[in-house]
Design a protein around this ligand. Structure first.
Ligand code: HEM
Length: 229
């Protein structure tokens, strides 16, 4: 079972993500969208969406720093384990809480606002449920586990395992003593990656990175500026 979960499942999920995204782009290019529901309800969305998106962007930056950067780099830079974990808990905890509250509000809005609910597909609910499960297990780990048992040193277990997966040489044994909650978080994350091409989450590939640098678009009114006609 462990060999499948940590040595096979991640590759199945990543293959699904890559092949599924290419398939969707080729077969349904016009459906490639975040399918905004702003038209149906704006007030809650304008609070919940930035809370979730800014929270998750900070969380993902933290994942790069915590999982892809080897612990030796921190030691070489003179960053003690205490300082690292205090920072990871406060910064990760705040970002995780923002994302957790954001996704909760997005879920309540989707279920509670009739016009949004009737325009929701199964894919929308699957994406929402998986995102909520991933974000809540991650945040429970960062805040709850830390509060109950102290910081968990994932930089010597989950981090090296993830890098071994990316290097196509999975070191399955690294995941054996990892707390169940964190194992669940990782499995749910890969399930989320696998589901992405079949949901509105495909828009992560189309993040508007060039937006701040592009030339401004000038909008002019059709009416005459002085007569208003
Ligand atoms: C390869 C996949 C992933 C791995 C290995 C992973 C691993 C981790 C680890 C080790 C933590 C810190 C736990 C602690 O503090 O003890 C964490 C926290 C968290 N993760 Fe993930 N994660 C993955 C994917 C994701 C994804 C895709 C999301 C969101 C869409 C996510 C959201 C969170 C959140 C919200 C937290 C709590 C805040 C934080 O500490 O940054 N994770 N994850």
């Amino acid at each position: 079972m462990a060999a499948f979960l940590w040595g096979v499942f991640p590759y199945l999920a990543i293959s699904c993500l890559v092949i599924g995204s290419v398939w969707r782009r080729v077969t349904r290019p016009l459906g490639w969208s975040a399918k905004s529901s702003e038209f149906f309800e704006k007030r809650w969305l304008s609070l919940a969406s930035p809370l979730f998106h800014w929270g998750i962007l900070c969380v993902l930056a933290g994942h790069v720093a915590g999982l892809l950067v080897p612990i030796g780099v921190y030691h070489a830079l003179g960053v003690s384990d205490e300082v690292y974990h205090a920072f990871a808990m406060w910064a990760g905890g705040v970002a995780g809480l923002a994302a957790s509250i954001g996704i909760l509000l997005l879920g309540v809005r989707r279920a509670g606002v009739v016009r949004v609910r009737v325009n929701s597909t199964v894919g929308d609910w699957v994406a929402l449920a998986l995102l909520a499960a991933v974000v809540w297990t991650g945040t429970a780990m960062t805040i709850g586990y830390n509060a109950g048992f102290g910081p968990y040193e994932y930089r010597t277990t989950v981090g090296p395992w993830l890098r071994s997966v990316l290097a196509l040489h999975p070191d399955v044994a690294r995941m054996s003593g990892v707390p169940g909650l964190l194992q669940l978080h990782v499995i749910l994350s890969f399930a989320l990656f696998a589901a992405t091409p079949f949901t509105r989450l495909v828009h992560v590939w189309s993040a508007p990175l060039r937006y701040p640098a592009r030339s401004p678009i000038l909008y002019r009114t059709r009416r005459h500026p002085s007569t208003g006609a």
